[in-house]
Design a protein around this ligand. Structure first.
Ligand SMILES: [Zn+2]
Length: 266
């Protein structure tokens, strides 16, 4: 059941006695991979975001010092994906459901003595929910530190491997995700169905040069469900992206382990 996560890092393989005997639980790093089950165009399976969350975190775990205490929860396969609801197969939690799950997981971890939780989210439709949950959990438990981190947001070289158009407008199921899926689960990629479809320029929400943000659904801006160029994805690029994300995430996990809670000066 551990998938990409090294078995000795997979939280559900522990016993309750293992956890009760664990020293310095307040410093142990717990990671919740957060994915989605949502359309990723004609060439990629629904599971992409969950695969990427677990694949990147698993590869990062391989790079951690053996004595650094870090455990990975089972992935949240479902996310909030209603922007993709017009494409069959997308299974979406409601905002309040996802928030509730994150709060319930956090409550359980806190009760067990853990105080550091990373929400490692690979789905672009829900960073806001992660951030809201993180603040609310910390407000409830002032000594519980929650780190909501988008999987692509740690330092990594992905952008340098992409074309300018792809960097600006490749939002979903394009070069980066397709290449990374080659590296993580090649048999699940259908390269002969890969296409290029960019959203219309006015729909580009990642150029913040004064553009309005608005509440789009995928079918407003894409016919295929792809927003990017999947035809230029390669396994070699995927290997480099995975190695780079793994390196960035290993550092992020070490940073969370070494995190010194701030003290406001009075
Ligand atoms: Zn995705």
């Amino acid at each position: 059941m551990h998938g990409y996560i090294p078995p000795d890092r997979f939280f559900p393989y522990l016993t309750w006695n293992d956890i009760a005997a664990m020293p310095d639980r307040d410093q142990v790093v717990i990671i919740q991979p957060c994915g989605a089950i949502e359309q990723h165009g004609p060439h990629l399976p629904l599971i992409v975001d969950s695969t990427i969350a677990c694949g990147a975190i698993g590869a990062a775990c391989d790079r951690l010092p053996a004595d650094l205490p870090c455990y990975v929860l089972p992935p949240l396969y479902y996310g909030k994906s209603n922007e993709h609801q017009h494409f069959p197969g997308t299974i979406s939690l409601r905002t309040e459901t996802l928030l509730s799950v994150l709060h319930d997981v956090a409550d359980s971890l806190y009760r067990a003595g853990f105080r550091r939780l990373i929400l490692a989210n690979a789905h672009g439709g829900q960073p806001q929910i992660m951030e809201m949950a993180a603040v609310d959990i910390h407000a409830r438990y002032p000594d519980f530190w929650v780190f909501p981190v988008f999987i692509w947001r740690v330092p990594n070289e992905t952008k340098s491997l992409l074309t300018e158009t792809e960097r600006d407008r490749g939002m979903h199921a394009g070069d980066a995700e397709t290449s990374l899926m080659f590296a993580l689960d090649r048999d699940r990629v259908r390269p002969h169905l890969a296409i290029c479809e960019y959203p219309p320029p006015c729909a580009n929400l990642f150029q913040t040069k004064g553009a309005l943000t608005y509440s789009w659904l995928t079918n407003d801006i894409s016919r295929s469900g792809v927003m990017g160029d999947a035809t230029i994805a390669t396994p070699e690029k995927g290997d480099r992206i995975l190695a780079s994300l793994a390196e960035g995430w290993a550092h992020a996990i070490i940073d969370v382990f070494q995190f010194a809670p701030p003290t406001a000066s009075h």
